[in-house]
Write a protein that binds this ligand. Structure first.
Ligand SMILES: [Zn+2]
Length: 454
């Protein structure tokens, strides 16, 4: 069986389904057709649904089982991958699956998400071979644009979701364990509001030897405004920013007990001597459950080596805020705009200010008391002989809260690979043990879910 699953994964990896490269659209479509073909061999009713966003890769909708007395679980993954070229520093061809002596499989997408797709497919295939009846009804929702911000996903799912019918739970297989040693389940992700502050003054860039000293420079205004966004301890100074942030409850706090997180290792891994609060639980909370603000860069600023004596005519500061329950991203964008305008007005500048919300995305918070989490954790305990860590992502996965709302069902993220698998990076890999473990955990979990009577 190990050879069959590896062979399936080898074929899947061979498709260069890079969604950011439009010249690969035909290959991406072939990838979707390959998955459709394989799902059909085990009796899944599959439809390739054209993406509502023109030119984007199709979605795969699949249906297996219609028993109204059984729960219906939906699997989400993506079949597209990040770009990869051997010149980027890969040891072997990224689109040829290689198994090495170290027990790992190497190739683009093995961790993210082609390995998880293989684990899911074989989990269900084997269950069918063993019992001929499945413990639950299964639905598939696979997309081919995740690595390109899931363009068209929401529109397409909204339009065609009736194909999937009633869903009881969403299993997101698009993640890794929090560490290399211990399995984990994710129950949350932060939202985001990405803002631009544009300041324009002179009609074009000027020479500092000519205008320097005579005008109020846009960059001065921008730096002044950026300095008003947070203090040196990371506290966001925008009025009302924290008003809707949920307080930590005792139950939530207990989820941080015994997590496989070492502050020392964390600091070492990112190369810093100190963190804002020298405490492991506070640090995890700062990454996952507290909001934050980051200044990413300034468009229009001189940023090359050397000395250019330019006075930039227009500069745009790029800022994002990671948001948490119950902050509303649109409301936060409005608070930001209001605050920055107010600060700017105080400066009596002749320059022009324009603020743009460049993108907003919702946070996601799953209920770990839900039966899916219990079934998943029990399956991990049974297979890996250890209870998983319940962790959150500091990043943003807006399609999860979207799916929860659109399909009216709770979601959970099940990690398959390990944290150092190098997803998105060179020599992406997946431990064969994790591929097989992922498959086994899915099987046990589905059986556990079938026993739930709620
Ligand atoms: Zn992914």
């Amino acid at each position: 069986m190990n050879d069959t699953i590896k062979d399936f994964l080898k074929q899947l990896v061979a498709f260069e389904s890079v969604s950011s490269d439009k010249s690969k659209a035909e290959i991406s479509r072939k990838t979707a057709e390959f998955i459709k073909f394989n799902l059909e061999t085990i009796g899944v009713h599959v439809q390739l649904i054209e993406n509502e966003k023109e030119g984007n890769n199709p979605l795969i909708f699949g249906k297996l089982g219609e028993n109204p007395r059984k729960k219906t679980m939906l699997f989400y993954s993506h079949y597209d991958v990040q770009p990869a070229k051997i010149e980027d520093g890969w040891d072997t061809d990224p689109f040829t699956l290689i198994e090495k002596e170290d027990g790992y499989l190497y190739g683009r997408g093995v961790n993210d998400d082609k390995g998880p797709i293989a684990a899911t497919f074989f989990a269900i295939k084997e269950l069918l071979e063993d019992n001929e009846v499945l413990p639950v009804n299964i639905r598939f929702l696979y997309e081919g644009e995740e690595e390109s911000s899931s363009g068209g996903f929401e529109e397409t799912v909204t339009k065609y979701k009736s194909f999937l019918g009633k869903i009881d739970g969403i299993l997101v297989l698009d993640s890794s364990w929090f560490t290399d040693q211990k399995p984990s389940i994710d129950y949350g992700a932060r939202g985001i509001a990405y803002m631009g502050i544009e300041i324009s003054g002179p009609n074009q860039d000027q020479h500092s030897g000519l205008v320097g000293g005579s005008i109020r420079e846009p960059m001065t205004d921008l730096i002044f405004l950026l300095s008003k966004l947070s203090d040196l301890k990371g506290k966001v100074l925008i009025e009302g920013f924290y008003d809707k942030v949920k307080l930590v409850t005792e139950e939530e706090k207990s989820l941080y007990d015994n997590l496989a997180f070492s502050l020392k290792e964390y600091k070492k891994s990112i190369g810093v001597d100190r963190v804002l609060i020298e405490d492991p639980v506070q640090t995890m909370m700062n990454m996952w459950r507290n909001p934050s603000i980051t200044i990413h860069g300034i468009q229009g600023a001189f940023s090359e080596p050397g000395t250019k004596t330019v006075v930039p005519g227009t500069v745009i500061g790029k800022i994002s805020m990671r948001l948490v329950p119950d902050q509303d991203p649109t409301e936060i964008a409005d608070l930001f705009t209001h605050y920055v305008k107010k600060e700017f007005n105080k400066t009596n500048s002749p320059n022009k200010l324009k603020i743009t919300a460049m993108g907003v995305g919702d946070w996601w918070y799953g209920n770990v008391e839900n039966y899916i989490y219990k079934a998943g954790a029990a399956a991990i305990k049974e297979y890996w002989k250890i209870y998983p860590d319940f962790t959150r992502s500091g990043g943003s996965i807006p399609i999860i809260p979207f799916m929860e709302k659109a399909l009216n069902a709770p979601a959970m993220i099940l990690g398959v690979g390990q944290t150092s698998d190098g997803a998105h990076s060179q020599n992406e890999h997946l431990r064969l043990k994790n591929l097989i473990g992922g498959k086994e955990v899915i099987q046990i979990m589905l059986k556990n879910i079938s026993k739930v009577t709620e």
